[in-house]
Design a protein around this ligand. Sequence first.
Ligand code: GLN
Length: 451
Amino acid sequence: AHLARIDAVDEKVNAFLYVDREGALAQARAVDEKRAKGEKLGPLAGVPVALKDIFTTEGIPTTVGSKILEGWIPPYDATVTRKLKAADVVILGKTNMDEFAMGSSTENSAYGPTGNPWDLTRIPGGSGGGSAAALAAYEAPLTLGTDTGGSIRQPAAVTGTVGVKPTYGGVSRYGMVAFSSSLDQGGPCARTVLDAALLHEAIAGHDELDSTSIDAPVPPVVEAARNGSVQGMRVGVVKQFRGEGYQAGVVQRFDESVELLKSLGAEIVELDCPTFDLALSAYYLIAPSECSSNLARFDAMRYGLRVGDDGTKSAEDVTALTREAGFGDEVKRRIILGTYALSSGYYDAYYGSAQKVRTLITREFEAAFEQVDVIVSPTTPTTAFPIGERADDPMAMYLADLCTIPTNLAGNSAMSLPCGLAPEDGLPVGLQIIAPAMKDDRLYKVGAAVE
Ligand code: GLN
């Protein structure tokens, strides 16, 4: 049914970069056979899942939305892919994304933009716009995303779906193509809070292949999603997450969500977190710095594209020509920004200062979580904007992640879930719930209560 749905709508939506028809049908048949034999199957057995094209999949192309990896077929599975296969899910294919997960609209994909199923002339968010659009268009019931600064939550918000950024280290990064390693985190995307919890549980847990993976039990997210409640909880509302640049309908739906939380028995606590105003600036030094280092491996020798290898040029020239042709404008912009911020003479002023700000933001979260159990905010300041509107204005594009970035810098967990449609344009608005590190279950408890 999902393959038929993809055939019917994906030409318009462009959520998928690759559909693994034969593989998906073979996996589905294998589950049927296991079931017929009475073998034990997990809770997601036979359920189709689509993966953001940043997770390696053995034998299936993985492009990260970039020309530089065109034609590359990974020889191994990401830990997350391996876990999903072990859980007997059916892998449908790979979803579209901004190149190397850099963007908030999926317009930076080298394979064309994805449309928002609510209005195909608008963006589905990014970088994981393909995963969110596939859910909203009913092409897949579950998808996977990655969130470095908001790429799971902002697409969820603008497509009326649910997305969770787990605690940093909660889901293995092994086989997840690196953008900014200290911020990148894989996580679940779904249409309901419980669906997200089931996927979360299937992919989370300690992994020796990822040195930053947390060696602790997975928070009880499914149990929490089945027992939604905010009775007696203290819920923080941060002063800095509103004001200029926030659409009226977004603020209205957010305020209504706060009223709903109150009526369900939560106590609302106003919080002042002044360093959150610096988060965007710190992020746009730290993320490009790490990306400039991570992307050095795309040297035309190891993977994918190779340009100018005609026997007359040096290896250095081939590397340069390949990068010139293979990387898009945003990726080049970030590599240049990152190498500049890390260069001797500027390192302390830029990268060093950004790291200090990061520490202050982490401390501010710690202080906030002494007063409250969770924090809520709008996920993103506006509803889905038209394709093309911010394409030539990086600063306007970066503002989409104003509310999501602080969580990545601190490493704690957060969810976006739908909280109604904005009255002025009829488009979905997302409510963000933020919890302390390794308390991901609180997101699901609160999410299930207000869903
Ligand atoms: N939009 C942000 C960026 O462009 C976040 C991306 C992400 O979370 N991968 O960097």
